[in-house]
Design a protein around this ligand. Structure first.
Ligand code: NAD
Ligand code: TYD
Length: 354
């Protein structure tokens, strides 16, 4: 079958990537969606069970850092668009293992940029390299600062945000130097189904269910802006199709929460859905040593995306949290397996012996 587009989505087995792949496979049967993922601890093909048998979907277990393999993939599948999500994404891991973050997030992105440039050989008509990035590149805000706009100077503090900032710079450099058609979006904290339970919301849901301590860093006063993951996927769809080449778009929920307040909402929701007396699990809150270099506040101004492309978050936070907690409570098997590595072993064996 001749597809209208051959779209490479990297990191499609991860949290946000799986929602993007699902959206594109279902919404655009005329596109071939090539999900390329190394299946690190964070990648899980169970996240895509419902789309894996669709005719317009292909999965490739590959490492984005391998330029030779990337060039092969571009040629073999006639890739004409990239949505790049593959990354190491957890700040705490970046503090203990910064080199892996530099390798995947910087060198991996560079290798994909180079593969795009070489494969498209200056015939950039109809091509696009879309880089998915984070608001953490902008650094941190004080409580009374105004929100991050696209003009905010980069000021990353963690090895994670430094590696994402470097990758954003390389994307712009390929646009400005070689004319590669690129677009970047910087999004705030996502939450929703299929998020690996090392990030705040799924970790705390899991711990509450298992009556384990809830480790609150510092005083719990840090602020994050939270966006439901499907709203992020919709924004990516819109920017991919309607965004201005060479441009940057902020994506956010206009939904700032102090960690400790958010944690109490999660506790109330889990307790209620488990039939426990409301607030029972507050006793699990345990204040622990703060994260090194912990950014105080992230807050995105997504006005440009609203004014230029008409995007707005659709889900109210209360509804998003309810959906998310319910999903984790109903998918205990998924949660258990990703925490004990069963899926990882299964897929390692399956793809090693192909
Ligand atoms: P995730 O950690 O859940 O998933 C990352 C995926 O990338 C995994 O499937 C993993 O196997 C894959 N991967 C890692 N290294 C790879 C490599 N070398 N080659 C191929 N695949 C590799 O991450 P996520 O939370 O879904 O984030 C996706 C993207 O969105 C990242 O680029 C992240 O920086 C960005 N982002 C995330 C958030 C958030 O709140 N999670 C917010 C803004 C932006
Ligand atoms: P996280 O989900 O790791 O996202 P990010 O650091 O990229 O914003 O953390 C969200 C916030 O929650 C952040 O301020 C750190 C805090 N946090 C805790 O207090 N305890 C935890 O166990 C974790 C994982 C995070």
């Amino acid at each position: 079958m001749n597809y209208r587009r051959n779209l490479l989505i990297t990191g499609g087995a991860g949290f946000i990537g799986s929602h993007v792949v699902r959206l594109f496979v279902n919404k655009y049967p005329e596109y071939r969606i090539i999900n390329l993922d190394k299946l690190t601890y964070a990648g899980n093909l169970e996240n895509l069970r419902d789309v894996e048998s669709k005719p317009n979907y292909i999965f490739l277990k590959e490492d984005i850092c391998d330029l030779v393999r990337m060039l092969d993939v571009f040629t073999k599948y006639k890739v004409d668009g990239v949505i790049h999500l593959a990354a190491e994404s957890h700040v705490d891991r970046s503090i203990t293992d910064p080199f892996t973050f530099a390798k995947t997030n910087v060198m991996g992105t560079l290798s994909l940029l180079q593969a795009s440039k070489e494969s498209w050989a200056n015939d950039f008509d109809g091509k696009l390299f879309y880089h998915v990035s984070t608001d953490e590149v902008y650094g941190t805000l004080e409580f009374d600062d105004s929100l991050f706009t696209e003009e905010k100077k980069y000021d990353p503090h963690s090895p994670y945000s430094a590696s994402k900032a470097a990758s954003d710079h390389f994307v712009r450099a390929y646009h400005d130097t070689y004319g590669l058609p690129t677009v970047i979006s910087n999004c705030s904290n996502n939450y929703g189904p299929y998020q690996f339970p090392e990030k705040l919301i799924p970790l705390f849901i899991n711990n509450i269910c298992n009556n384990k301590p809830l480790p609150v860093y510092g005083k719990g006063e840090n602020i994050r802006d939270w966006l439901y993951v499907e709203d992020h996927a919709r924004a990516i769809d819109l920017i991919f199709h309607k965004g201005q080449t060479g441009d940057t778009y902020n994506i956010g929920g206009f939904n700032e929460w102090k960690n400790i307040d958010l944690i109490k909402v999660i506790i109330r929701t889990v307790d209620r859905l488990l039939g426990r007396e409301t607030g029972t699990s507050e006793k699990l809150i345990t204040y622990v040593t703060d994260r090194a270099g912990h950014d105080l506040r992230y807050a995105i101004d997504a006005t440009k995306l609203k004014n230029e492309l008409g995007w707005e978050p659709t889900l109210q936070f209360e509804e998003g949290i309810e959906n998310t907690v319910s999903w984790y409570l109903n998918n205990q098997e998924w949660l258990d397996s990703v925490t004990n590595g069963v899926y990882q072993k299964y897929y390692e064996e399956m793809y090693e012996t192909r």
